[in-house]
Design a protein around this ligand. Structure first.
Ligand code: GTP
Ligand code: MG
Length: 206
């Protein structure tokens, strides 16, 4: 699946615009600017697919990406969808707008039956923050399976990566819906991508 081209199919600004529940969905959540859109591009090998930016608050809708080559008819649905999400936390946008994105993200995460796995992205330089903990708690409560992905490992010393993985693992061990293995990635340097691709394929198969 990751060897073929992927396409953008839909941007969802509010829950009522979600597509009918169908193929398994894998969502990418995390604080603004953590690298969600960049990671999706790296995974599918298509740089400009999801829009990225230096400015926090780039992604403003739930954006659906699927492998190309499926008509979308009931008997020809794509095997999965990757869902890029607006970031939570700081964004360069008016407060009402940021609040609306946060609500959309939280409503989707707790109420989507076809959501198979959430990848919660954590910036290697910043570690787990209070609003990440809020998302962990929400996913635990909703019993939605999630896994932590450290991003931008190219921005820290190589020797610091194993320690950061272990520190993060210790933090999430107490969370019932969290997968205990922490993945470490760099979209910039294409690190950790195969492990994440394999984890995604395993998650949709269960
Ligand atoms: P929002 O949509 O605003 O929430 O952000 P996002 O989480 O989608 O982040 P995005 O992918 O737009 O990336 C934010 C910034 O981080 C961009 O300037 C990217 O180039 C940079 N970035 C993303 N991944 C990496 C990485 O692996 N290494 C480095 N060095 N920079 C990265
Ligand atoms: Mg984005």
């Amino acid at each position: 699946l990751f060897g073929r081209p992927w396409i953008f199919i839909r941007g969802v600004p509010a829950m009522k615009f979600l597509p009918p529940e169908g193929p398994p969905e894998i969502a990418f959540a995390g604080r603004s600017n953590v690298g969600k859109s960049s990671l999706i591009n790296a995974l599918v090998g298509h740089k400009g697919l999801a829009r990225t930016s230096n400015t926090p608050g780039r992604t403003q809708e739930l954006n659906y990406f699927v492998p190309d080559g499926f008509s979308g008819a009931d008997d020809d649905l794509p095997p999965m969808a990757l869902v890029d999400m607006p970031g939570y936390g700081y964004a360069q946008a008016p407060k009402e707008q940021v609040d609306a994105w946060t609500k959309l993200v939280f409503d989707y995460l707790r109420g989507r039956s076809t959501l198979k796995r959430v990848y919660v992205l954590i910036d290697s330089r910043h570690g787990v923050k209070k609003n990440d903990e809020e998302v962990f708690a929400l996913l635990d409560k909703a019993a939605v399976s999630y896994q932590i992905v450290l991003t931008k490992t190219d921005k820290i010393k190589d020797a610091g990566v194993p320690r950061l993985i272990e520190e993060t693992r210790q933090k999430i061990l107490k969370h019932p819906a969290a997968y205990p293995d922490v993945l470490a990635t760099s979209s910039e340097k294409s690190r950790g991508l195969d492990d994440l691709r394999n984890a995604i394929l395993t998650a949709i198969a269960r």
